[in-house]
Design a protein around this ligand. Structure first.
Ligand code: FAD
Length: 275
């Protein structure tokens, strides 16, 4: 089976950011990925922005998946959004629980499995649905086995495949695949690849999303803090090698968290000879 490669963007907020994103996607689209996806702000805070960018890309003939979560939307509002995507020719979605934006702490978040079931109930097989998963386990999870069981629930509710949170430890991914296989998960699990751009942002974000930065890697990144060229060279090689090991070990493809940048994604892609 051929491997699948995709790119993820977050919705730009400013006019300048939106113009820049057009150039970035035009350049990355030349690499011929299977599809792009566009994230959804916590609680639906980028609802219109995500939709505008997705529909713009669909109009340009680029296969693009909106990320989606219930946030504080009612079922009627969610159905309206999903129907508008379907009518516009969108064929894919990334269905998530999402996180609560600050200030709305008491509200219960709708699990991704419920969103997957909702999409299937109202649109049948129209969408190819991705869900998220966590080789180093979701930070809110009660345990490793429980989290994998809930992944199975999302896939059994009708999702086609899963994309992982980023990780820097190849063993964590393959161990996760083994455990998934043991409980009967037989759908593809695509590694999410985070190019390392900024050491401090990465450390901060990794703490909240539960991704482990190995100690040696943390020290290495710290040592290159005042050497942007050295940092770029090291991280591009390191991520290329991580991807190589994942693909060689049987990963079904890769999903790149591009951070809305051409580089280093394009160089990593070229290092892997994916075009
Ligand atoms: P779920 O699968 O619903 O799981 C959330 C937690 O609840 C887990 O701890 C799980 O173990 C537990 N759980 C699941 N089902 C049940 C149940 N039935 N009973 C009890 N516990 C349960 N966030 C955004 O805001 N916007 C995005 O665009 C976005 N894109 C992402 C893309 C990818 C590929 C990934 C991996 C994550 C993304 N996230 C995004 C982050 C994601 O929204 C958060 O990690 C969120 O906290 C969990 O979402 P989920 O869909 O994995 O949740």
């Amino acid at each position: 089976m051929s491997k699948r490669f995709s790119f993820e963007f977050f919705p730009a907020k400013t006019d300048a950011g939106k113009e820049k994103l057009k150039l970035v996607r035009a350049e990355l689209n030349q690499l011929n990925p299977e599809f792009f996806s566009v994230t959804y702000g916590a609680g639906g805070s980028t609802r219109d922005n995500t939709k505008d960018i997705v529909l713009e890309m669909i109009d340009e003939g680029i296969d693009t998946a909106p990320h989606l979560s219930f946030g504080s939307d009612s079922k009627e509002e969610m159905l309206e959004l999903i129907t508008s995507y379907k009518d516009a020719g969108v064929k894919r979605m990334v269905a998530l629980r999402g996180d609560m934006p600050s200030g709305l702490g008491a509200q219960r978040l709708v699990y991704a499995s419920e969103l997957v079931a909702f999409i299937r109930e109202h649109t049948g097989d129209h969408f190819n649905i991705e869900v998220g998963c966590y080789p180093e386990i979701h930070p809110d999870a009660d345990g490793y086995a429980q989290d994998i069981q809930f992944l199975k629930e999302k896939l059994d509710a009708g999702a086609n495949s899963a994309i992982t949170q980023y990780f820097f430890n190849v063993d964590a991914y393959f161990h996760f695949l083994e455990k998934c296989d043991k409980i009967g998960i037989d759908k593809p699990i695509y590694p999410g690849i985070m190019p390392i751009i900024n050491h401090h942002n990465l450390m901060r974000f990794s703490k909240t999303c539960g991704a482990e930065i190995p100690r040696w890697l943390g020290y290495k990144l710290e040592s290159l803090e005042n050497d942007p060229e050295g940092l770029k060279a090291f991280t591009t090689d390191f991520i290329s090698s991580l991807c190589e090991r994942l693909l060689a070990g049987g990963a079904p493809g890769l999903h790149f968290y591009t951070m809305n940048l051409v580089e280093p994604n394009k160089t990593i892609w070229q290092n892997l000879k994916l075009s």
